[in-house]
Design a protein around this ligand. Structure first.
Ligand code: SF4
Length: 454
């Protein structure tokens, strides 16, 4: 969670974000592009069949998760990886720390991984005096800006290219440019040296294949390959629900994930890593550790919100969400923003810590329409909102207003009186509620609907 932005301040954060014109422009440009490309990428494929198949595969995994974790661990170990099981974030950080310390690691290169954001791995390792360098371009930008990712796929989506140019000029001491090709070249030159001198690479994984013990990593920049093959040590961190049964299932997700995420037919790079480098092989890391993290998943699995674990982190629901598109990811103040983030964060952190985030949805259902694995986000969000009300986590004014509305709707005479007086009382109500609340709503009509001569 961000130290400066708490999800409890969500309304304040969101109000600031919508007043930030450059943020809104950057968000609109990027999310519009993702939506358009997704539409093009899905135009000629049997997407509804794929979604059914993908949803069924993910449900099967959730229904038998302990068996799949066991099968994956056995096959990965047989292929030469060392598998660690971490119950929570603290254990995962300690496991990783000891692997690095025992091998005298000083510098680590990382590829983009939301699970390492979830366990705050960078901050932890930096506190232990390791140098950690993010190598995905977007991650690198937010790292040198001392910020957090604002999108699970495009971490620097909130920045315009001129802001990136200013950032590079200030932090890397290079001439200002807002040309993406120039900026990319600058980052590449810096990062190439980091790759060549790193002692270890840390990555996440998009999928873990139970039948072969393989990790599948999708990237568009090639940095994932450098992180996982150049340093002598590779540590992959992933949450247990990332497992899929077989390589055949991977072929479906290979088509579905990039199309849902960026509209690409395939990601530019797909690495399938099965164990460490074998004798006679010319590439691959010498030592591979896989940290399988639970961090609350087993508990979620037992409950009524378990379908959120079907998520494959494609981010399609972010790009179509009218709230996320307007405010970006930072306003949420949590690792996972957007529609899936609201659900997952409520379950991982506890609804009492993040309940204001449940206002960040219109329940329009756009997220459900695009989800490649049919996560029922609207249903889950509605259930969380009900839980929030049951636990009394709503402001007194809202509770009082809903109670009054309940009384009025049960008594037609009271309801009719409220309708008739609402127009006259509207200016008073606006003053009581405070500026920026009711005054954004349409003024009550001069004549009631059932009083009109139609
Ligand atoms: S909930 Fe669905 S649409 Fe959203 S990130 Fe997960 S898989 Fe993608």
């Amino acid at each position: 969670m961000s130290e400066t932005m708490s999800p409890l301040d969500f309304r304040k954060n969101a109000a600031q974000a919508v007043r930030n014109k450059s943020l809104r422009n950057a968000m609109r440009t990027a999310t519009d592009m993702f939506i358009t490309k997704r539409g093009q990428g899905l135009a000629d494929v049997p997407i509804e069949t794929w979604r059914d198949q993908a949803s069924a595969i993910r449900l099967d995994v959730l229904n038998h998760l302990p068996e799949y974790v066991d099968r994956f661990s056995r096959h990965a170990t047989k292929a030469g990886a060392i598998v660690h099981h971490a119950h929570n974030a603290e254990t995962a950080r300690e496991v990783i720390f000891h692997i690095l310390k025992d091998r005298g690691v000083k510098k680590i290169v990382k590829s983009k991984s939301m699970i390492t954001e979830e366990i705050h791995l960078n901050e932890y390792l930096e506190d232990q005096d390791f140098k950690v360098v993010e190598t995905d371009l977007g991650e690198y930008i937010v790292q040198i800006a001392d910020e957090k990712p604002s999108h699970i796929l495009a971490p620097a989506i909130h920045k315009t290219r001129s802001q990136v140019g200013e950032l590079f000029s200030e932090k890397l001491n290079v001439p200002y440019s807002d040309d993406p090709a120039v900026l990319t070249k600058i980052a590449r030159n810096v990062l190439r040296q980091e790759f060549l001198t790193a002692d270890a690479g840390i990555s996440g994984a998009n999928f873990a294949v139970a039948s072969s013990g393989s990790l599948a990593i999708f990237t568009n920049e090639g940095n994932g390959r450098m992180v996982t093959t150049l340093p002598p040590l590779h540590i992959a961190v992933l949450s247990i629900e990332k497992i899929i049964p077989t390589l055949k299932d991977l072929s479906l997700f290979t088509q579905l994930l990039p199309r849902s995420a960026t509209g690409q037919i395939l990601s530019s790079y797909l690495s399938v890593i099965t164990g460490s480098r074998k004798p006679g092989e010319s590439t691959g890391t010498k030592e591979l550790h896989i940290v399988l993290l639970d961090n609350g998943r087993s508990e979620i699995l037992k409950g009524e919100y378990r379908e959120i674990l079907k998520c494959i982190r494609c981010s399609a629901c972010f790009n179509v969400c009218p709230v996320y598109r307007a405010i970006g990811g930072h306003a949420y103040g949590v690792t996972y923003p957007g529609p899936m983030g609201m659900v997952l964060t409520s379950l991982l952190e506890g609804i009492d810590k993040v309940y204001p985030l449940l206002d960040a949805t219109t329940l329009c259902g756009a997220c459900v329409e695009v989800c490649p694995v049919r996560v029922p986000l609207v249903k889950l969000l509605t259930m969380l909102r009900e839980e929030r009300v049951d636990k009394g986590m709503i402001p007194f004014t809202e509770r009082a207003a809903m109670a009054m509305y309940g009384v009025a709707t049960k008594r037609p005479s009271v309801f009719s009186l409220a309708q008739r007086t609402s127009r006259a009382l509207w200016p008073v109500l606006i003053r009581i509620a405070g500026k920026g609340r009711l005054d954004r709503l349409p003024v009550p009509a001069p004549q009631r609907f059932n009083g009109r001569n139609l």
